[in-house]
Design a protein. Structure first.
Length: 595
């Protein structure tokens, strides 16, 4: 049902006067309407927000992309209309944009939209306190049906092939949802939101590993699901090339310490926001334990990096703390991009604690990254390793050579992923190479390592770990990611400069339709049942985002497989939540910049 628009304008004082009181009181006149580009920007901001809230959202929840008539929508996969997507740029990302618009304008209409989105997230919150990637307002049976059909046939999306019934730390969905609910509660201290915030904090704390080398780390999903898939049985194994092997060697990856998608950094950041906004100093110890876990799990030289996941306990003859084989396209290895992220986190941990131990392992990590770069031949022979990529994504344990992921077949029922040392013919959907900026990492290390004790003491005095009285969080969260430096006392999170011309371009693009249209990068094959199990020996799908027409994985219509019935087509125009957030951010930064 379409929601009624709220109008807070010159009618408001008249309505107040009609409610009784002193007849001699003259109603306060409405402020004059803004004119010029600023007035147009305010008008565009509100029309775009109301259209998303009233027409595009489902009960205040959002997915990633929509056809203009809302007949088809997508999160990371095609979604039912009754679904909302938790992963950014989904529901919590939209909520942040509404709150930011409220901070920029003071208009209660934006706050009302943010509340509606917060209520959607509360409905989607797992009883344990976290969030799954998706929520279906039609109920768990409807969600299970989606997993059994669309999800089960998404060849390259293993996280959606099985219904787990628990929550995940992956892709920052739980972290960003928690941040948004915290902000919504702090806005007016509305008691309806506090239990959800408390549950989110409790979820992060209870999911944290205790004891041993895993102490302070977090798993991929929680609570533990005993029926979780612990292997991906290979289809048609006779097609596996000589010298290659199937991965996911260490069983259920959801029970391991995960650094994938910066899980530790995102959880620590949320807990720091709770220290700042709520005065929750009890969270300082769990934060420090998490920092120590990341430092402890750095592997010894000469391969002084980190994997996507590490064993939380001894398993299959391998010791706790060892890098683990996580998924069928994530072999047991060290990960160069994860190592870069973890080094950057060590810099953050030094900044908030002043403890030089967080810098101690950095030189060995940089030395290792120097030792395992892509060769010019590898880059020349695989176009997917170009574009500034410097390193293989995965580095084999012991040998220090690149390990590359491949696949054969045409769908999940006849195909499989495998890995070997062959750098050619890698999938397009999971980059075989990464851009690792060793020079920038070394420069930052040198700057931090050269700090005097007095400089460190001054830095730590403003650390979010040392907050004793609650204070405000940064003003905006949707214009760019709020990061550790933004949480220090006295920090000013500046907005980018948006010129009148840039603002006017956004306004003109909105026009009178109240929504922005943009070419959609994701399309999907409709679910039509399980694909064939007969072996497919061609190569049409090995380096594409999608398999045959039974594969429900999203792909770019400009880069379809070169095989019938596929043909390259222009990207359809549609509504993109991320594009909406970006355009809202430009208008917000233009209307109420932070300098």
């Amino acid at each position: 049902m379409k929601r009624r628009m709220f109008v807070m304008s010159s009618l408001a004082p008249i309505a107040l006067a009609a409610c009784g009181g002193d007849d001699d009181v003259t109603p306060t006149p409405a402020p004059p309407a803004e004119t010029g580009v600023r007035g147009s920007a305010l008008d565009a901001l509100k029309r775009a927000a109301e259209h998303m809230d009233e027409n595009v959202s489902y009960r205040g929840g959002y997915v990633w992309q929509y056809l203009p008539d809302l007949s088809v929508s997508w999160g990371e996969m095609e979604a039912k209309r009754s679904m909302c997507w938790i992963q950014p740029p989904g529901t919590p990302t939209a909520g942040h944009a509404f709150l930011d618009a409220y901070h920029a304008t003071g208009d209660e209409r934006y706050y009302e939209a943010a509340v509606r989105t917060a209520q959607a997230l509360m409905a989607a919150q797992h009883p344990a306190g976290g969030w799954n990637y998706i929520h279906d307002f039609a109920g768990e049976d409807s969600l299970k049906h989606w997993y059994d059909t669309v999800g089960a046939n998404g060849w390259r999306l293993e996280e959606f092939q099985h219904y787990y019934g628990n929550a995940t730390f992956d892709d920052a969905g739980t972290a960003v949802s928690s941040q948004f609910l915290l902000r919504t509660y702090l806005e007016k201290k509305d008691a309806q939101f506090k239990p959800a915030v408390d549950k989110a904090i409790d979820f992060v704390l209870k999911a944290q590993f205790t004891g041993g080398v895993a102490d302070g780390g977090w798993p991929q999903r929680w609570p533990v699901q005993p029926a979780a898939i612990s292997s991906m049985p290979p289809k048609n194994p006779g097609q596996l090339p000589v010298g290659a092997h199937f991965d996911m060697e260490d069983g259920d990856y959801t029970t391991m310490v995960t650094f994938n998608d910066d899980v530790a950094g995102e959880n620590i950041k949320f807990l720091l926001m709770c220290v700042i906004g709520l005065g929750e100093t009890r969270l300082v110890d769990p934060i420090k334990r998490a920092m120590e876990c990341l430092r402890t799990l750095q592997q010894p030289a000469p391969q002084a990096g980190w994997g996507l996941q590490h064993l939380a306990a001894d398993r299959n003859g391998r010791t706790a703390g060892s890098p683990a084989g996580a998924r069928s396209y994530e072999p047991r290895s060290l990960a160069t991009h994860t190592t870069q992220t973890n080094v950057q986190q060590l810099f953050n941990y030094f900044r908030v604690t002043g403890d030089r131990k967080y810098l101690a392992g950095v030189p060995a990590a940089l030395t290792w990254l120097e030792s395992c770069k892509l060769t010019p031949t590898q880059i020349a022979e695989n176009p997917l390793l170009g574009g500034g990529r410097t390193h293989p994504t995965f580095i084999e344990l012991g040998t220090n050579v690149g390990r590359f992921v491949h696949r054969y077949g045409s769908n999940i029922h006849n195909g499989a992923y495998y890995s070997d040392n062959n750098h050619k013919d890698t999938p397009s959907h999971y980059s075989a190479g990464r851009n690792i900026n060793i020079t920038a990492l070394r420069t930052t290390y040198d700057q931090l390592n050269a700090m005097t004790d007095a400089q460190i003491a001054e830095m730590v005095a403003n650390s979010p770990l040392n907050v004793t009285t609650p204070r405000a969080l940064p003003k905006y969260f949707s214009i760019r990611e709020v990061d550790f430096p933004d949480l220090f006392t006295g920090a000013v999170m500046k907005t980018p400069d948006v010129t009148e011309a840039a603002a006017k371009a956004v306004i003109d693009d909105l026009g009178t339709k109240n929504h922005w249209l943009t070419p959609l990068t994701l399309v999907t094959n409709p679910y039509r049942g399980d694909g064939p199990t007969t072996p497919y020996t061609g190569t049409a799908y090995q380096s594409k985002h999608v398999g045959d027409v039974y594969d429900t994985s999203p792909y770019d219509s400009l880069d379809a497989p070169v095989i019938a019935p596929y043909t390259n087509k222009d990207r359809p125009l549609g509504i993109s939540t991320s594009n909406w957030v970006a355009n809202m951010g430009k208008l917000i930064a233009f209307i109420a910049p932070v300098k």
